[in-house]
Structure formats: structure tokens, C-alpha cells
Design a protein around this ligand. Sequence first.
Ligand code: PMP
Ligand code: GLN
Length: 384
Amino acid sequence: LNRRLAEFGTTIFAEMSALAVRTGAINLGQGFPDTDGPEEVREAAVRALRDGRGNQYPPGLGVPELRTAIADHQLKRYGLAYDPDTEVLVTAGATEAIAASLLALVEPGDEVIALEPYYDSYAASIALAGGTRVPVTLRPRDGAYHLDLDELRDAVTPRTRLILLNTPHNPTGTVLTREELAAVAALAVERDLLVVTDEVYEHLVFDGEHLPIATFPGMRERTVTISSSGKTFSFTGWKVGWVTAAPELVNTVRAAKQFLTYVSAGPFQYAVAEALRLPDSYFEDLRDDLRAKRDLLSAGLVAAGFEVYRPAGTYFVTTDIRPLGESDGFAFCRSLPERCGVVAVPNAVFYDHREQGAPFVRFAFCKRTEVLADAAGRLKTLAA
Ligand code: PMP
Ligand code: GLN
């Protein structure tokens, strides 16, 4: 590995999923649903394949049907008007959108502010771009994680190029409030910063509401908004994501994307275009189902003795293992399959300040109810 990537090695998700396979434990580590998304959307993919739509290189920005569906979604949900021909870019999942945005927007030596704990690809993408990451730590207080706006303000320097935002936030489940977002937006405008915002969990909000930062004053022109079909439609394997932003920003991100993947897989784009037009009840049912699962697993974790940070969004719940007499999340997660047949992820991997994350462990609840109930029963043996 070169110097830029040397610190990264294998992602924690691959490591922990391999551990689950090896031990036969219930995998609540890597976040992926154990049931696939809607039948009619799968049928749409099959139809596209069979009808020869997208079997050859699709357009660089993505197929027009999907770009229009994305623009319509942003308008209908958030009142954000984007031109599907110049302000929407389809990517190979949100992961590529993040990488392409950073590669295209960050100069070597630029500082990138990211909320810590941060999704693991942020650190690697910042490093690939030659940037310097500047973490601003979300801190647990009163059963939830909070952004310290003074710390964020203090983190901005003349070298700061952009703020990499994530709401709803993986792994803490925090959904940034209107006040927090307004403060981030005001700072970005004042210091003339770009914001790249990862909103892949936009439809998984149980308490409060998802507010895209692009809707705040002065932000539409300086925000790259990223989302993905993986979470909203339970097709993490399809790798269809997207960017919405002003034309110059989309062109810039596209300049990097075209040399990463050139284009994204064709037939799935047609299917995701149909998925985005599913009735509101689909999105409501998804959210209600996951809210019930959050409550089920959280109750199980409390009964097992964990301190639980109740997530307002995402499909992850972060816990503190100290009430169990443990303090090292890594060691805990490595021993958990053997102790009770469950796999989780140590939050320390999402920190620069690893000691800050040491006692925290993340569990995914995007699993069938009976699987979560089984896991809760297994975890309870820890309390015995
Ligand atoms: N951002 C966050 C915060 C995520 O949790 C994930 C998925 N785990 C991604 C991006 C990646 O999304 P995709 O699978 O669409 O590349
Ligand atoms: N986003 C998923 C998670 O946080 C995993 C994605 C991956 O494995 N890269 O668990």
C-alpha cells in the first residue's frame, strides 16, 4: 500500500462480516438488510435487462429517466429544484459520489472537516485526494450525540476547503437539528466553504425530520448533496447513488467520476428511477418498520446491560459497553461471536481520537424481526 492508503488496511465491515460467516454468528455488524427491496423494483431491473435498456454504456451523467426521477424527488420532498440535465449525476453508490467529490474538490494540503465518528470511506477518500482530515467530535450527552458548534467553528482555518457532513449520521444515529444545520450553513457562507453532505439515510428518520443542508440560505450553490438507493430501497448490492448540486459542482465531480468508473451500471438505473416514484406509503412503511426494529433491538440491548444511545435515524444503534464492565470495543467485538453468537462493530474505527470511541459499539437493526429477537435473547446472556 502506498503512503496515502497505508493506514487503512481492510475495512471493518469486511473483517466483521467474515467473522460472522466464520463463526455462524448473527451479523449485526455491517449495515445491509437481510430482505431485498420491493418486488416491482426487481421486476423493473429484469425488464430493463431483457429489453436491452442500459446494457451498453449509459450516458455519463446517468440515464435521463433516473436523473429526472432524482430531480422530481428532491423537489417533491424538499422543495429543491435541480435541472436533471445539468445538476444531477448518477454514481456507483454513495461511496463513489463521496470519493469523486473529494478527489475533484480537494487540493493536496487542503483541510476537510468531518464529523467524528465518521463513516470509514471519508477518511480514505480524503487521504486519496491528498487532503488533511480535521475531525470534529460528536459527543454523547443525555442519551444522544451532539455537535458542538463552537468546536466546529474553531476547526475552520484558512486551509479549510470543505465540510463533509452526514445526517442522519452513521454510526451514532444522530439527525442534525434545524438549529445545528443553520449554524453549519451560516459558517459555510461566512468562511466561503463548500459542504459535501452524505444524506443516504434521508428516509430513515424516526424522531424529528431530515433537513437537507442545501435548503438553508446561501447553501444551494455551495452544497454537493449525496444519496443512494442502497438504504432507501434495500438494494445495497446495486450500487446506484447520486449527486445533486449546481452545474459547476456537478461538472467538477463528474470530471473525477469519469475516470473512476466512467459510468454506472445501466439496467439498475432504470429500476431505481421507478423506485423513486413509489407511493408515499412505501417510504412510510419502511420507516415504521425500522422504527419498530430500533425499539426491539434497543430494548434487548438495555436488558442485556448496555447503555443505549437511542438513534433518531439510520439503521444503527450505538451503545456504551462500560456498564457491562468492558472498556475496549475492539476486544469486545472480537470476542462477542464466541460469547453469545452476535457480531457488532467497534466505533473506535470511526475515530481519529480512538480513545474517544473505545467503549462504543454499533449494532445494525436492518434485519428481520425474528433475527433481532434471537439476537436480543443471545445478548441477554451477557447480563447473566
Ligand atoms: N455513507 C454512509 C453514511 C453509509 O452508511 C454508507 C453505506 N454503508 C454509504 C455512504 C455508502 O453507500 P453506497 O452503498 O451507496 O455506496
Ligand atoms: N454502510 C455500511 C455500514 O456502515 C457498510 C458499507 C460497507 O461495507 N462499506 O455498515
